[in-house]
Design a protein around this ligand. Structure first.
Ligand code: PEP
Length: 258
């Protein structure tokens, strides 16, 4: 049985002082956790500061982005090797905010996926539909197409041991999370699709839900068979709410899978 994976995406927030306080509080509040995998994704320039506080903690480091090149004349970019150098374990790619604001498409995201696999970092591949697509009933086809680009370009094997975060764009930062039953149906559809390509790969994939997850609603998501964790934005910026989400997941695991 996989432990649930809880990741906090801090996006473009904080400064040296607030980030230091946040990570110190999380390390203190989450020292008892043994049944959840936890990671935090600070802005890239604070990765090393956060890493310093994680040395004696089981909280892992996650990056919010990576470039498609290993090195060279790419001003302003950050390579997978640099992230690995700082002991980063996970990297978020395909987040809808990068797809929208930086025009990143599925092929470009597949390149990032490939680079991360080559270097031994774990991609957290974000997928999901916008409101119009949701209203028109295209959720499943949108999600499958986003995954298909990767399986076509680099093969289904590449998905082994990776993380897929289903994040309906309309649920992100809106305060309106998707219904846990709908998320379960989407996750099952995706896992079944991957299983139709390769069953052994499908079983290794961690499937997270993301979109307005809070301490109040997280249990409903964790209760679903195909939801293996959550990707948390706004609620991860406060130590109390992110720690509460993780503690709820820990208790759930103790009750159901010990
Ligand atoms: C996100 O941006 O990945 C996210 C899930 O944000 P929020 O929790 O704020 O909806």
């Amino acid at each position: 049985m996989k432990h649930p994976l809880i990741v906090g995406n801090w996006k473009l927030n904080g400064n040296k002082n607030t980030i230091t306080n946040l990570i110190i509080a999380l390390v203190n509040n989450l020292s008892n956790i043994s049944k959840c995998n936890i990671a935090v994704a600070p802005p890239v320039m604070y990765l090393d500061i956060v890493r310093h506080y994680l040395l004696d903690s089981h909280i892992q480091l996650c990056a919010q982005n990576v470039d498609v090149h290993f090195s060279g004349s790419f001003t302003g970019d950050i390579s997978a090797e640099m992230l690995k150098d700082l002991h980063t374990r996970y990297v978020i790619i395909g987040h809808s905010e990068r797809r929208i604001h930086h025009k990143e498409n599925d092929v470009y995201i597949a390149k990032k996926f490939s680079i991360l696999k080559k270097i031994g970092l774990i991609p957290i591949l974000c997928i999901g539909e916008n409101k119009n697509e949701y209203d028109s009933g295209y959720t499943q086809s949108i999600c499958i197409n986003q995954i298909k680009t990767i399986t076509k370009l680099i093969g289904v094997e590449a998905l082994k041991n990776s993380v897929i975060a289903y994040e309906p764009i309309w649920a992100i930062g809106s305060g309106n999370s998707a219904s846990p039953e709908n998320v379960q149906a989407v996750h099952k559809f995706i896992r079944d699709y991957i299983a139709s390509c390769d069953v052994s790969v499908a079983n290794t994939i961690t499937m997270q839900y993301g979109g307005s997850v809070t301490p109040e609603n997280v249990i409903q998501f964790l209760n679903q068979k195909d939801i293996d964790g959550v990707l948390v934005g706004a609620a991860s910026l406060k130590a109390d709410s992110f720690a509460a989400i993780v503690q709820i997941a820990e208790k759930y695991e103790q009750l159901h899978h010990s």
